[in-house]
Each structure stands twice: as C-alpha cells, then as structure tokens.
Design a protein around this ligand. Sequence first.
Ligand code: PMP
Length: 353
Amino acid sequence: MKLWEDKVRRTVPYTPGEQPQGTNLIKLNTNENPYPPAPGVEAVKNTMDTGRLRLYPDPSAGVLVDALAEYYHVGKDQVFVGVGSDDVLSVAFLTFFNSQKPVLFPDITYSFYPVWADIYRIPYETRPLDEDFRIRPQDYYGDNGGIVFPNPNAPTACYESLETVEEILKHNRDVVVIVDEAYIDFAGDGKSALKLLDKYDNLLVVQTFSKSRSMAGLRIGYAMGCPELIRAMNDVKYSINSYTMNLPSLLMGAEAVKDKAYFETCVAKIKATREKTKERLAALGFEFPDSQANFIFAKHPDYEGKELFEALRRQSIFVRYFDKPRIDQYLRITVGTDEQMDVLMKFFEEYMA
Ligand code: PMP
C-alpha cells in the first residue's frame, strides 16, 4: 500500500464497448452508423487550412452552435456543445445534480449514469422499468434531486411518447430533467422533447453526432435548453476546460448539420434495414421490445444470450452483451447495412438449424 493511497479518488469506471481492430469483421456492438458522414465533411478535410491549428479553437464553438441553433430553430444561447454527448451529460450531471436528494433514473439504462453520479458524489436511486421495459412515469413523481433517462432508452431501444415525457416534466418543475436523445432520430414518429422546450424551463435535451450523423470518431454532442440552463453549463465547462471542441470537429460538425437531405436518407436506410431485421429475427423465434433506435435488444428462448454472443464473436461478428440482472439473456445488435445484417442472419439461421 502506497502512503498516498487513501487520498486517491476511487471509482469503478464505465466500460465502453469493445473497439476491435481489423478489416474482416462485422461491428454491430457500439451503435455506430454504417454509412459515411455527409459529403461536406469530406470537403472540409480537403480544404481546411491546417495553419489554423496553430491557434486555439473558438472556446464558444460559434460555428457549430450557430449551425445547430439554425437547424433546430432555437436561440444561440440555448445550445451547449461538448466532446460527444458523454461530455455533455457529464457536465450536465455536475451542473444540475447538486442536491442531497437522490437523482432518479431507470434500473436498466445507459450504464454511464451511475458512474458519473458516483464520481461526482451525487446520490441516486434507480426506478425499475416495468416487465415490458417501459418507464412508469409515476415512479418519478416523488421528491428527488433531478431526473435523467434516454429516449429511446438504451439498451432496450424502447421509445416513450412525448406525453410520458411531459408527465415526468410536469411533476418535477423544481429539478432539472435531462432527456438523453442519442437515438431520437431513429424513433418512428421522431418526436423529440425539443417540442416541449418552450413550455418547460427545467428540460435539457441532449443529442449526439455519433449515431444518426455518422460521426462517432469526431466526438460531438450537444444540449438544448433554456438560456439559464445553458449558461450554467457553460460556467461549469469554463471552470474545467475552455477549449473542449477542436477546430476540425467544429468545422466538420457544422457542415454535417447543413446537409439535411443526406442525413434523412441515411436515417431512412437504417430504419428500413431495422424493420427487415425485426421480421427476420422474429421468424427465427427471437423476442425483443419494439425497437425505435438503431439497435435491437433481442433474446432467444432456446439459446443462452452469452452463448450466442460468444459464438458470434468467434465468427468476428461483434454485438454487445451485458452480464447484468434482468438483461443477461439479451444481445444488443446494432443495425448495420443490409449486407451486414444478411451475414448476421445467415449465421443465426445456420446456428439454429
Ligand atoms: N447516451 C446514450 C444513451 C448512449 O447510448 C451513448 C452511446 N454510448 C451516449 C449517450 C454517448 O454517445 P457519444 O458520447 O458518442 O455522443
């Protein structure tokens, strides 16, 4: 034991999905987009003046904030950007969850939430999803220090209606409610909680470029809320690290937002592949809650989840498996291209023949 050991801030870290290297593999384990980013992003790569890298980037991330504000029809003072939505959520936890009362989130959800709560010493309690993996809004009505949940949820892929989200907001006017919309663009009717922004000054909506905009490698996330919420987040950000967004990310991110047509085409392709994959999985006997995200959370009554996960892995097909209560029979399968899903389904068909 080192003499300084008892002063160290200990924590059990979040385990990110595996990033296997190599070319001959099918990567369906971290909900990335199988298609490249918008063509304008490639153009930035070719035209960017690398001499500008000598300088610090704009700490206010102006070009990107402006592009997002225009796209979503909100004020520039209503947008916060960060290094992936993980960074945005982390700043939001630190900024808004500052109470002795517990923060609430579902028992089955994004496994980073308890990690941030732990490292920032935020008390929290989980609320169980019902047997169909749905959020029960009334579970969130009591006294609490704040609320966070993804919509659609991860890893279940279940989407809750705007009415459900609003019920939770209505009953919690005195705390900040964070709706993590990493997968919202894949939801059927695509109804983002952004529609509720004018009505609720306690609502923070968090989204990302990592999924629907095919830019997980650039690390861009953003939050939208009332100007006071955004100002509070910026105060915390500027108290830790002012220059979070690098220049290439700012320029490429802004270009991606401008190309609505490309974005919509990619999202439509993924949704179409998802619907086909649902049919094929169901035909093989898989069971899954209806997915409104770019992944499907499926189990098979005759096969152990872990067994399937390992068998797939031996064929260099990577999906995500969580060895956790209530979900240890499930595989979380990212929706890839039609060709990738064909390989996956052929594997299942042969394995189960
Ligand atoms: N929220 C949820 C629910 C997620 O699944 C993820 C992806 N791991 C994130 C946030 C973070 O994504 P990113 O940091 O790439 O924006």
